[in-house]
Design a protein around this ligand. Sequence first.
Ligand code: CMC
Length: 429
Amino acid sequence: MSEKAELILEGKSFQLPVVVGSENEKAIDITNLRQETGYITLDSGYKNTGATSSAITFLDGEEGILRYRGYPIEQLAERSNFLEVTYLLVKGELPTKEQLDAFAEKIKMHTLIHEDMKRFYEAYPTYAHPMGVVASITCSLSTFYPKSLNPNRSKDQVDLTITRLLAKFPTIAAWAYKNSVGHPVAYPKNSLGYVDNFLHMMFSLPSQEYEVDPVITSALDKLLILHADHEQNCSTSTVRIVGSSQANLYSSIASGCIALWGPLHGGANQAVIEMLDVIRNDGGDVMKFVAKAKDKDDPFRLMGFGHRVYKNFDPRARIIKKACDDVLNKLGIHDPVLDIAKKLEEVALNDEYFVERKLYPNVDFYSGIIYRALGIPVDMFTVMFALGRLPGWIAQWQEMIDHKEPIGRPRQIYTGATTRDYVNIAERG
Ligand code: CMC
C-alpha cells in the first residue's frame, strides 16, 4: 500500500497521498486539499512547495549535488561542451556525434536576427542596461514570428522556435553589448562554434577581427554549462508560469530574463563584483564588510553568499573557483579582487553567523572575476547567466507543455478590510 500523510483538521482526518521521486525525494500531494477541506497551504516564497514533477535536473542542497538528466555537473563541466549540454537538457539524452552535428548545423542556419531589429537597438540609450535590452528584444522576436503565437502549436513550429531562440540569443546578447559601447554590430559568423561565434560578435570590430583563444572559449563554455539549469528557481518558475497561460515561448523566455535580472538571483554576479570593488576601494578591510553583512540594521548582504536550496557548498562554486584560478593564471592576469574574494570566503566560512545559517559561496561568487578576465563588462554578467540558462528555461517550458500543466495561479489568505459601504468623496472626513 502506498504511503499516505494524515491531516487532522477540525477533528476530522484527511488522507493525503505521498509522492516519491526517483531520488527518494518526498512530497505530500495536496492537489485536492482545498476541495476536500476548504483549507489552502501558506508558503511565502514557496520554500516548501513543489510546483511540479520534473525529470530534468536533480539538486540536493544538503549534499551539494547537481545533475542534469542524471549526469553529475562535475563530469559535464569537465568533459562536455555547452551545445552538447543544451541538447541533453532540451532533448533529454546525450546526442550521438551525428545528432550533435545536425543540431549545431540547424542552429547555425538561424543566427541572424531580422535586419529591422537593428533599429530597435539604435533606439535604446547607450546607458541602457543590457538585461533590459535583451529581455525586450527576445520578446520582440515573437512579433516577427506570428506563427509562434498559436497556443495549439505543432511540434515542428515549437522545434523551429526553440532553434531560433538558441541561435539568435547570442546575437541578441552580443548586440546589446555593442549598443552599450556605441560600436557597430558584428554579424554572426557561421564558420565558428557556438561560443566562439558569440565572442566574435562581442569583440570583433570593423578594424580588427576577434581572434579565437581556446583558453577563453573553454572557460566561457564551462561557465555556460554550470548555469544551464537549476530546477525550479525564480526565473525558471517564471518561465513555466508565464508559459502556463499559453503565452508564446519568446515572451516566456523574456520573462525569465526579467526574473533573472534581480540581484538576489542572476543579478548577483554583477552585484558581487561591484561589492568586491567597493571593498577594495575602501581599503580592503574584509572584516568590516563581514560585520556589516551580519548587522541586522544594515541592509548590506554578502553578495554571492547563501542560497535558497544549497545548505552545503554550491557544487558550481567549487568548479568555478578552480576555473577562476586556472583562467587568470593562463591569461597571466592578476585581479586584486580575487584576493579579496578568497579572503572574504575564508573569513565568512569560519564565522559563526555564516556557519550557523549554512551560508556558502554560490555560483555567482567567482564567476564575475572570470567574466572580467575574459573582457566581458560588468553589466553584461547577468546576460551571460541568461545565455547559459536559456536551454534550461526551454527544457522546463517544454516539459510544462508536455505535462499539460494547468495555468499557474496561487491562492492567498486575504488580510484586508472586510466589506464596507462606499462613501461619496464630499462626505469623507
Ligand atoms: N549575507 C548575509 N546574510 C545572509 C545572506 C548574505 N548573503 N544570505 C542569507 N543571509 C541570512 C539572512 O539574513 C537570514 O538571517 P536570519 O535567519 O537571521 O534572518 C538567513 O541568512 C536566511 O536567509 P534568507 O534570506 O531567509 O534565505 P533565502 O533562502 O530566502 O535567500 C538568497 C537566499 C540567495 C536570496 C540569499 O542568501 C541572498 O540574498 N544572497 C545574496 C544574493 C545572492 O548571492 N544571490 C545569488 C543566488 S545563486 C544564483 C541563483 O541561482 O540565483
